[in-house]
Write a protein that binds this ligand. Structure first.
Ligand SMILES: [Zn+2]
Length: 335
């Protein structure tokens, strides 16, 4: 089958071309442009012998436009259109979500970014940047750099590949929320390119470009900062220092079940357990505040203790440290 496909394609080049007549109607009302086109096949050429599949990347709407309709019957020229009130109605419809990008459609869009630019001056700038390039109409990156940019975004967790689709992640959506607008639009690309053009014509200096970039960076740095929600933050919070290790002088941090010494890597075994047995084998809980007090003052007051006779009491306990364990030992009873 593959051989047959290649052989057919090869033969096609020797056959006659398809001759078509394309009719396009454009109606401009206020700023909105309504377009419709029709394609009439005048001579089928090679398609008489071989059927060629439509380009997979094109969406249904574009294929629809390639068919012949009544427009083909209207001779070319400018027409005055009068909208008949009785024929004119507004149909309410719901928009459908855009189809997810594939790598091919994403690259195509990155090469035609001008259509997403609201500022008409910048849109024209972007278009003129690529006026000599085929299939490119205001691009971000080049054919050489775009694949690398995509891979980088996938690697950093902003995009992911799902079958053939390329989908933005929650991290990417969260990141977009905090980015300043100037970084989210292709406007800077267009402005910087226009400076490069001026440099090429000798109307601007290299410094004009570097200064413009620096100014933009400064503005962004000085603008109000929004922070990414903590679940997406890859920056770990600074660990809180509970106190200083009585054994080696390194900081003490809070673990899940104990307070441990940062010097454990170099052999310090200081650990203060959060559940610890005191005096008459009663287990008490050492809170973060207790640990701070203990490490700072050397003693803590523990209340709510009961003696063997069932009498409640409170007492000061101190850290008892030896080679094998860290314990709390009775310092003094408190009335
Ligand atoms: Zn230590």
């Amino acid at each position: 089958n593959i051989y047959k496909l290649i052989a057919e394609r090869y033969l096609i080049q020797f056959l006659e071309k398809v001759k078509i007549e394309k009719t396009e109607a454009k109606v401009e009302i206020n700023e909105a442009i309504f377009k419709k086109s029709s394609i009439k096949i005048l001579e089928p050429g090679y398609t008489k012998y071989f059927k060629v599949l439509e380009d997979d990347n094109e969406n249904d709407e574009e294929i629809e436009e390639k068919k012949e309709n009544n427009l083909s019957k209207i001779p070319g020229g400018e027409y005055q259109i009068k909208i008949n009130d009785s024929n004119f109605f507004i149909e309410e419809k719901e928009t459908t979500a855009k189809k997810p990008y594939t790598e091919a459609t994403l690259i195509k869009d990155l090469n035609n970014i001008a259509k997403y630019v609201k500022d008409p001056e910048i849109r024209e700038l972007l278009k003129s940047k690529d006026k000599d390039k085929k299939d490119v109409n205001g691009s971000i990156g080049t054919t050489a750099t775009i694949p690398g940019i995509l891979e980088g975004l996938i690697e950093k967790g902003f995009l992911l590949r799902k079958e053939e689709k390329i989908i933005s992640t929650d991290l990417a959506n969260e990141y977009l929320k905090i980015l300043p607008d100037s970084l989210k639009t292709p406007d800077s690309t267009a402005l910087w390119w226009s400076i490069q053009e001026k440099i090429a014509r000798g109307e601007a200096k290299l410094e004009d470009l570097t200064l413009s970039v620096l100014e933009d960076v400064k503005t962004i740095i000085n603008s109000e900062h929004k922070t990414i929600s903590s679940e997406f933050s890859t920056v770990k919070q600074e660990k809180e220092v509970i106190g200083v290790c009585p054994k080696c002088g390194e900081p003490i941090y809070e673990g899940e079940k104990n307070f441990y010494c940062n010097g454990y890597k170099s052999g310090c075994d200081f650990k203060l357990w959060k559940k610890i047995k005191v005096f008459n084998q009663k287990e008490v809980t050492i809170t973060k505040q207790d640990a701070k007090t203990l490490l700072n003052k050397g003693t803590i007051l523990i209340t709510g203790l009961t003696n063997k006779a069932g009498k409640k009491y409170k007492a000061n306990f101190k850290l008892e440290i030896n080679d094998k364990y860290v314990n709390l030992s009775l310092d003094s009873f408190v009335n």
